[in-house]
Design a binder for this molecule. Structure first.
Ligand SMILES: [Zn+2]
Length: 326
């Protein structure tokens, strides 16, 4: 991604003060449970549930659109196995992944990361919203279909866009609007018949490739201040069964309460860390499968399609950075 000198300078400044960069460099101690050549995982020190963990790239990237294709592919390829491992270690029937892009979406630190919560009924977390009016998503649908058609043209034989009555569908992923969305532009991505933690690396990469393009299109076409990506998998208070990836444009003061409270009594983090670390040992030493398709955000043709809905390539980044600093 080509960044303006102003954005580059802002990023350097962010990095110097970033708590997670300090943990990665060893300057500050963290409760590390996973580390490979590209990413790391650690316990949240103010957990909402036992086993609440954070997974992030070793390098400092503020929001999802910044991730280079290799990092994107590794992190999202790994995510289902990470979720499966957290569930197994904490003996949890369900899990939630929470990603915030921008302060308006609840991003607390400027280092891109994914919260992973092991979930069970009655655990006190509720990451869902109240029903709100539906939005016309026909222009969004058209843009996403155009972008993904171009994506498959660039990755021949890896998949194809299908014509369908939903907003978007390919040979794996379906994208739909909810009958009762939580807010303007709320959409849901699924791979029918699967739990998230059963997905193989390529299926997860595809899911997040669609989600990432969809997120950029929603962000720009609705002039949002941020976005949330929330994966619920397995039965919990905010998910009946199966898995759904909720994609939600966010605005400052949009009234959505997608947050959680820390446990009133802090659990024994050392004990949880060693339980998770033991379980992650195998995954840590399993090489990632070579990627089958890539999310290219630099191709000219893709840029042109995206530019129809975007003002300038730096807009999303600058706005999210500025919102995160508020
Ligand atoms: Zn950082």
């Amino acid at each position: 991604m080509n960044l303006s000198p102003e954005v580059k300078a802002q990023l350097e400044e962010q990095k110097k003060n970033c708590v997670f960069c300090k943990i990665v460099s060893g300057e500050t101690q963290g409760q590390i449970i996973y580390k490979d050549a590209v990413m790391t995982g650690m316990l949240d020190i103010n957990p909402a549930v036992k086993g609440h963990a954070l997974f992030m790239p070793l390098e400092h990237y503020p929001i999802l659109p910044f991730l280079p294709p290799e990092t994107f592919s590794h992190l999202f390829g790994r995510l289902p196995a990470i979720v499966a491992t957290v569930k197994k270690a904490m003996v949890a029937p369900a899990a939630t992944v929470f990603i915030a892009n921008g302060g308006a979406a609840g991003q607390q630190t400027p280092h891109f990361l994914a919260h992973v919560f092991p979930r069970e009924q009655g655990d006190g977390i509720s990451l869902s919203g109240k029903p709100s009016p539906t939005t016309d998503l026909s222009a969004f649908s058209k843009s996403l279909n155009a972008v993904m058609t171009e994506h498959f043209n660039r990755n021949p034989g890896k998949g194809a866009v299908k014509s369908s009555s939903s907003l978007y569908e390919d040979d794996l992923v379906t994208c739909e609007a909810l009958g009762q969305p939580w807010g303007k532009g709320h959409i849901v991505l699924t791979i029918p018949g699967k739990e998230f933690d059963q997905l193989d690396e390529d299926a997860s990469r595809r899911l997040f490739t669609v989600a990432s393009y969809a997120s950029s299109i929603l962000f720009e076409s609705f002039q949002a201040h941020g976005t949330n990506l929330i994966v619920h998998t397995g039965p919990s208070e905010d998910n009946p069964s199966g898995f759904r990836l909720h994609l939600l444009p966010r605005w400052q003061d949009d009234g959505l309460n997608l947050t959680w409270n820390p446990l009133p009594t802090k659990p024994n983090l050392e004990e949880i860390k060693s339980r998770l670390h033991d379980e992650f040992f195998v995954l840590e030493h399993t090489p990632s499968r070579p990627k089958q398709e890539t999310r290219e955000d630099t191709s000219e043709k893709l840029q042109k399609i995206l530019e129809k809905t975007q003002k300038s390539p730096d807009t999303e980044i600058e706005r999210a950075i500025n919102e995160a600093r508020k």
